[in-house]
Design a protein around this ligand. Structure first.
Ligand SMILES: NC(=O)c1ccc[n+]([C@@H]2O[C@H](COP(=O)([O-])OP(=O)(O)OC[C@H]3O[C@@H](n4cnc5c(N)ncnc54)[C@H](O)[C@@H]3O)[C@@H](O)[C@H]2O)c1
Length: 388
């Protein structure tokens, strides 16, 4: 379906959204903040899209996902649907020539993640995954401190991502059902964010891990539960650091507590995404609670301060920064430092597979690194201007 609307400036980026739930709202707010037109929305049904249209401030509700994907008036598609639908939707959008933002987990198997990443690379489209914790200024500050050697040689990492929304056996959601959520729940859903932000700050990779998983209730919503509520992981990095992770969706009182502590030979860095305005810097003497202030941060972190010191930034601000960075290469071809791409979604799929293997078979599992030859962009990125 070609759309011949003439009201939009040709250089204004036009965004379409698949899915009409929580994430579609977060994505559309971020797209608007980044100067895009909220061109349209498609969901599981026309009625669902029509209900969401005004909530998102979209111009059009499409009768089907196919209509949205085939609309020539859309430049970038945000896939905000249940996990097992991501691959087919992202593939269709890429093949229709769109730039794509696809929610995590990018795919629920390594093979599908590899194929999708290779497809994006061969088509020269921007293909990003919202690992948005990278966009908190204090995470960028932590990364800068590791890079500049202020932390010293990294020795240990301790990370957790704790929630309580599945605490009761009465709690249920599509994420519990593996036909929609995929075979891993807690790890693929939130452990993937934790590993991404740790590897991002360290500029290092987990090389091997051992994992245990637990399912708190065998049944939810009258169905057998096969996906995990809890994961504990012991790991080693390529750089020789060692660490532990605890991931749970049944931890009373915890909502979205992604917390991490990185200790090197000179400093410890502690970050908690529920208190994202601060970074604790531990030293043998002279420990310090660093408060977000663009004037005091490394330029790579100050760049993500959208508000002055003292006016708190949070999750939506990080999301806005992510989408703004996705649109930069769409507009100009320039990929900003630290933009999470499909390669990073593939990386998360490899980690998830290693966790599942270890939980099933026991013992240490190697985590294969991405092969730079089989992923990454082989074709120069096609910018908005070049498409017109
Ligand atoms: N990056 C993050 O910080 C973050 C946070 C939360 C969720 N997520 C991810 O976002 C995705 C969506 O999560 P959510 O919380 O918005 O879920 P949700 O249940 O609130 O919304 C999902 C929407 O998708 C629609 N839908 C379902 N199947 C569809 C299909 N085949 N085609 C089109 N539309 C379909 C549903 O009608 C619903 O409107 C998930 O993959 C989740 O892992 C990411």
């Amino acid at each position: 379906m070609e759309n011949d609307r003439t009201t939009t400036s040709p250089s204004r980026l036009r965004a379409g959204f698949v899915g009409a739930g929580f994430m579609a709202e977060v994505h559309s707010r971020a797209a608007r903040a980044a100067g895009a037109e909220i061109t349209g929305i498609a969901s599981s049904s026309h009625a669902s899209a029509a209900r969401a249209k005004d909530r998102l401030g979209a111009i059009q509700a499409y009768a089907s996902v196919q209509d949205l994907v085939e609309d020539g008036a859309i430049d970038v598609i945000h896939v905000c649907t249940p996990n097992t639908t991501h691959v087919a939707l992202a593939e269709a959008a890429l093949k229709a020539g769109k730039h794509v933002v696809c929610e995590k987990p990018l795919a629920t198997s390594v093979q599908e993640a590899e194929e999708l990443t290779a497809l994006a690379g061969s088509l020269g489209r921007v293909a990003a995954v919202p690992f948005i914790y990278r966009f908190h200024p204090m995470v960028r500050e932590a990364r800068a401190r590791v890079r500049l050697g202020q932390v010293g040689r990294v020795l240990t990492i301790q990370g957790s991502f704790l929630q309580d929304w599945l605490l009761s056996s009465e709690d249920d959601d599509w994420r519990v059902d593996e036909s929609l959520g995929g075979p891993s729940r807690a790890f693929a859903d939130i452990g993937s964010h934790l590993c991404d932000v740790i590897e991002f700050i360290l500029d290092d990779r987990i090389s091997r891990l051992a994992a245990l998983t637990r399912t708190a209730f065998n049944q939810r919503g009258g169905r057998d539960v096969r996906t995990e509520d809890i994961v504990s992981v012991v790991f080693e990095t390529c750089g020789g650091a060692v660490g532990t992770l605890l991931i749970s969706q049944v931890a009373p009182g915890r909502k979205n507590r992604l917390a991490l502590e990185i200790s090197g030979t000179m400093e410890t860095l502690t970050f908690d995404q529920e208190q994202p305005e601060t970074l604790w810097v531990g030293r043998r003497s002279g420990s310090q609670l660093l408060v977000r202030d663009p004037a005091a941060l490394d330029p790579s972190a100050a760049r993500y301060c959208s508000l002055p010191a003292g006016h708190s930034q949070g999750y939506q601000d990080a999301f806005n920064s992510f989408v703004s960075d996705v649109y930069l290469p769409v507009r100009s071809g320039t990929v900003p430092d630290g933009l999470p791409l499909f390669e990073d979604g593939l990386r998360a799929a490899r980690l998830t597979a290693a966790v599942q293997r270890s939980a099933r078979e026991g013992g240490w599992q190697e985590v294969p690194q991405n092969d730079p030859e089989s992923t990454g962009h082989k074709t120069p990125l096609l910018t908005l201007k070049e498409r017109q």
